[in-house]
Design a binder for this molecule. Structure first.
Ligand SMILES: NC(=O)c1ccc[n+]([C@@H]2O[C@H](COP(=O)([O-])OP(=O)(O)OC[C@H]3O[C@@H](n4cnc5c(N)ncnc54)[C@H](O)[C@@H]3O)[C@@H](O)[C@H]2O)c1
Length: 338
């Protein structure tokens, strides 16, 4: 008998590290992590850590020959800014990598006659609003609206959502017998902010960058205009939403793709929150027109009422609590300890 495991790809990244820490404290099932980057020392000993590429088919075959994969958190990806510089590489990792893991999950679901849960983080980048007037009139965007991404990353995410829906509903639809299909569940995240890791390669990074620089007493030039507004959420709520969606009974998961969010801030409001806690912070605005245009195409807020209705989603941290109880104390501690 193979041992049942949870597989987390991209575990060395921002969300992955937070998810691993939370899962090891809650779940008895062994966790296998797979990332091209090494897992940080602190969490390495709590999991079976594989350092490797999600595109390595031999590695994935070895993995399923030894373990029964029960749930996959597929977090490995190239993020939005990096994907714009290397669109083909982004397609390779973000789409072909996801397809490989969906295939693995589909085969595993058939083998064990039980769906493998496939949890996939999508993004606000799956949306694309054509101009600022439209952005102003569609403030809280619902899942099926404005699915017109203007970045490679957004295109990759939107297509992978569709692939996930295909594999969980229509896979082998012409076969004589209906296969046991995987259980695909996806969250569209807003910009996420962690107190413990500094983001890199995302287009919503200006928020967390303001904070981390302020805590280190370094000046920061924000790469978007002051009035630019997008939604945000702190990392504990991102992990909470991933675990809530994973654990929701299948009967309550009416859709495969859900928005989740917490608070929406303009860049100047974000600066003002930072200044409340770091009054000496020097934050200026030097918009990079090209990155700016990408953020302008993202909605000002997400409508997450379907997640709230279907599986009782609600964030624990509003903006006040995010800054006062999670971000500022932890970021201060982190830099004081250094
Ligand atoms: N952080 C956010 O604001 C945010 C928002 C929406 C969606 N997401 C999604 O959540 C997931 C995790 O994001 P994150 O912020 O932790 O990103 P991250 O860049 O911090 O982590 C991604 C991880 O994937 C790994 N990786 C990349 N290519 C790989 C490959 N070929 N094989 C194995 N590992 C590989 C990287 O080494 C990295 O550790 C991504 O899919 C991202 O698109 C993140």
């Amino acid at each position: 008998m193979r041992k049942k495991v949870i597989l987390i790809t991209g575990a060395s990244g921002e969300i992955g590290q937070a998810l691993v820490k939370s899962l090891v404290s809650q779940i008895a099932m062994p966790i296998i992590t797979l990332d091209i980057a090494p897992l940080p020392e602190g969490i390495h000993s709590q999991v079976i850590a594989l350092q490797g590429d999600i595109m390595d088919k031999a590695l994935l075959s070895r993995l399923v020959s030894e373990y029964e994969v029960d749930t996959i958190y597929h977090l490995a990806a190239l993020l939005s800014t990096r994907s714009e510089f290397t669109p083909e590489a982004a397609h390779h990792v973000n789409v072909e990598g996801t397809l490989g893991l969906l295939n693995l999950a589909a085969e595993q679901s058939e083998w064990r006659s039980e769906p493998v849960k496939f949890i996939f983080p999508s993004s606000i980048a799956a949306y694309g609003l054509p101009d600022l007037d439209t952005k102003a009139s569609y403030a809280r965007v619902r899942e099926w609206e404005w699915n017109n991404p203007r970045t490679m990353y957004g295109c990759n995410k939107l297509y992978c959502e569709q692939l996930g829906i295909y594999f969980s509903k229509y896979y082998r639809q012409l076969a004589a017998e209906r296969p046991e299909m995987l259980d695909f569940r996806c969250l569209r995240f807003p910009g996420l902010i962690s107190a413990f890791t500094v983001p890199s390669g995302g287009t919503s990074d200006y928020g967390p960058e303001m904070l981390h620089n302020a805590a280190q007493e370094k000046p920061y030039a924000c790469f978007v205009r002051e009035d630019v507004r997008i939604p945000f959420m702190v990392m504990p709520d991102a992990v909470k939403s991933l675990l809530m969606l994973t654990n929701a009974p299948r009967s309550s998961v009416a859709h495969c793709v859900y928005n989740v969010t917490s608070f929406s801030l303009s860049a100047s409001e974000f600066r003002d929150w930072v200044l409340k806690f770091f009054p000496k912070a020097v934050i200026t605005f030097e918009p990079d027109i090209k990155r700016q245009e990408i953020v302008d195409s993202w909605p000002a807020d997400l409508d997450d009422s379907a997640a709230r209705r279907n599986w009782n989603w609600q964030p624990d941290y509003d903006v006040q609590r995010s800054f006062a109880e999670y971000l500022v104390p932890n970021i201060r501690n982190m830099y004081q300890a250094k």
